[in-house]
Design a protein around this ligand. Structure first.
Ligand code: QUE
Length: 335
């Protein structure tokens, strides 16, 4: 299918719409999508005829499942570190462009948005979600770490929520995402087409969304998250959860943590800790260096194999426990 574009663009009045259109891969961002999206955003940024950018999906299941992590694994197995670096460099440059975008940038998340899918939405001004939104940073399961500027936005969430999302990869819904600040507006899925159509036809955002702001309730266990995850040490978090004897939630979190690559967990905690004190640009630079290094670690090819290629979900990570990850192995990945 080479040469077929996975991005469509439409201009309606002053609204430029980007439709992510790679539905069979749940709109995972391949190199061509990143390059085309960057080019169109740069062009529209300087175009006086465009006053708002709208990003939607042609898939009814996903906004965007992430990056093209299968292709990154192929580059790693081919020994092509330059291709790995070029891919992440272009993806993170797109995330930074969206964060600095001079016009309203509106992402409509009516399905899954994970990893790189959050990179092209969370940095924008308006993130509309529905009850079909499924939001997560699941990278520790594949021997990688939450990237796309998440080491900037996750440590800025309240009370351990960012560390919790980053380490466990927990999927949260649209209302939860609004409640913690990852999304800005909740619109029921049945009302999304009408809101999108109103935005396309130039309705001021405030008017198109005015029936859809206000308090959104969350049932996230915020007290427990703060109790166990407001910590920068993976060993400390695991120790606390192990001490919570008879607490089913703590057991569930321990199960999630043991599905992640131990090296990834330690690298992730370190990046989130560092990111709390850094600008977005500094976070993205640090992520790029760490991405090139961690993809060369055997856990990455193994994790992607187990989750996305063979789908047996039983990766053989090495070292196999957090206790066996040496501080110098983490320092070798996080500059
Ligand atoms: C962690 C990830 C990704 C993931 C699963 C993880 C990711 C990603 C995909 C994905 C899903 C469906 C597809 C596809 C890719 O899954 O980044 O091409 O069809 O893109 O546990 O980071």
């Amino acid at each position: 299918m080479q040469g077929v574009s996975h991005l469509r663009t439409e201009v309606h009045g002053g609204v430029g719409e980007i439709v992510l259109d790679r539905p069979r891969a749940l709109n995972a961002l391949d190199q061509s999508m990143i390059d085309e999206m960057t080019a169109v955003l740069e062009r529209w940024g300087d175009d006086d005829a465009i006053d708002t950018v709208l990003v939607t999906s042609s898939s009814d299941r996903a906004f965007c499942a992430g990056g093209d992590i299968r292709a990154v694994r192929e580059s790693v197995l081919d020994g092509d570190a330059a291709a790995v670096e070029a891919y992440f460099e272009s993806e993170y440059r797109l995330d930074q462009l969206i964060a600095e975008y001079p016009k309203p940038y509106v992402a409509v998340i009516d399905g899954a948005a994970m990893g790189g899918g959050l990179g092209i939405s969370v940095h924008g001004e308006v993130r509309i979600v529905s009850e079909k939104a499924l939001i997560a940073m699941p990278e520790t399961a594949i021997g990688f770490f939450p990237d796309v500027g998440s080491t900037y936005f996750l440590p800025r969430l309240p009370q351990g929520i960012g560390m919790w999302l980053a380490l466990t990869g927990t999927r949260i819904g649209g209302a939860d995402a609004v409640a913690i600040g990852l999304a800005t507006h909740f619109v029921p899925s049945s009302a999304i087409p009408g809101v999108v159509e109103a935005i396309r036809h130039g309705a001021p955002l405030r008017e198109a969304l005015e029936d859809h702001r206000g308090p959104v309730t969350t049932e996230l266990p915020l007290r427990k998250i703060a109790e166990y995850f407001d910590d920068v040490s993976v060993a400390g978090i695991i120790g606390g959860l192990r001490g919570a004897v008879g607490d089913d939630w703590a057991d569930e979190m321990l199960d999630l943590l043991t599905t992640g690559s131990p090296t990834s967990l330690c690298v992730t905690a370190r990046l989130i800790e560092e990111g709390a004190e850094s600008s977005l640009a500094e976070c993205l630079d640090r992520e790029l260096a760490a991405a090139v290094r961690i993809t060369a670690h055997p856990d990455f090819a193994e994790g992607v194999r187990a989750v996305l290629v063979d789908k047996d979900r039983s990766p053989a990570f090495c070292p196999a426990t957090v206790e066996d990850v040496a501080p110098e192995d983490v320092a070798a990945i996080v500059p």
